[in-house]
Design a protein around this ligand. Structure first.
Ligand SMILES: O=C(O)[C@H](CS(=O)(=O)O)OP(=O)(O)O
Ligand code: MG
Length: 224
């Protein structure tokens, strides 16, 4: 498998297969939402779009990163989501990096959203698909976020070599700028357990696949 690692600004044309990685925190949060029972997550283009979708579907829950805001029900924190009952619910998610990365590759034939908590399930799906080339979208810091790059490189390694050791990749994520900002209170809408929850390798057995449904990008868990 030929693995390419790119930031969002480098996405000039849609790849065939894209794995969009956001460890801290969008796709750790998405996985937790499914673990808490959510049926699907609609990835919104903007905060206004998220609120408009919720207005059209009053039973949907809107989630954003940063501080809580009027009209939004949830923030982008795995620690805060852990106690939410999301059974059967649809979420609308809008974040700074993760959801933007997915919308940039919505024309791809296969779009996976990934983080360490679904790493092996993501690699398993890629192994089963036997793709020649996979584009990993490193969503944070215009492709420089080391927590996302480390996770992408780990998943690429697991896809081709089952024995890839996670320790060094997890260490890089733990030492990343994002981890420091979450720990030091630079970012808002944070639970004290967020960094640790983002570093839980293979916490969940499912991958996450995003598909276009009626012109919306919709994320669902995929159990192989
Ligand atoms: O919620 C997050 O950690 C970040 C946003 S920010 O860097 O705190 O503004 O969003 P994400 O898209 O999950 O990287
Ligand atoms: Mg991030």
């Amino acid at each position: 498998m030929d693995a390419r690692f790119v930031g969002i600004p480098e996405l000039v044309e849609a790849p065939s297969v894209a794995v969009v990685v956001d460890v801290m925190r969008a796709f750790t949060v998405a996985a937790w939402a499914f673990a808490q029972g959510a049926e699907k997550i609609v990835l919104a283009e903007s905060l206004d779009d998220a609120l408009a979708l919720k207005a059209r579907h009053p039973d949907w829950l809107a989630l954003k990163d940063g501080p809580a805001a009027p009209g939004f029900d949830l923030v982008n924190s795995p620690g805060l989501l852990q106690s939410a009952d999301l059974g059967g619910r649809t979420l609308v998610q809008k974040t700074t990096a993760g959801t933007v990365g997915v919308l940039a590759v919505k024309e791809a034939s296969l779009v996976l959203c990934a983080s360490f908590v679904v790493a092996e399930a993501t690699a398993r799906l890629l192994r089963a698909r036997k793709n020649d080339g996979v584009t990993f979208v490193v969503t944070g810091e215009d492709g420089q976020a080391d927590e996302d790059l480390a996770c992408a490189q780990y998943i690429a390694g697991r896809t081709t070599e089952a024995g890839t050791d996670a320790a060094g990749f997890l260490r890089r994520a733990a030492e990343s700028r994002a981890a420091a900002e979450l720990t030091e209170g630079v970012r808002q809408g944070v639970h004290p357990d967020d960094v640790a929850l983002c570093l839980e390798l293979d916490r969940f057995p499912f991958a996450m696949v995003a598909t276009l449904e009626d012109s919306l990008m919709v994320l669902r868990p995929f159990r192989s």
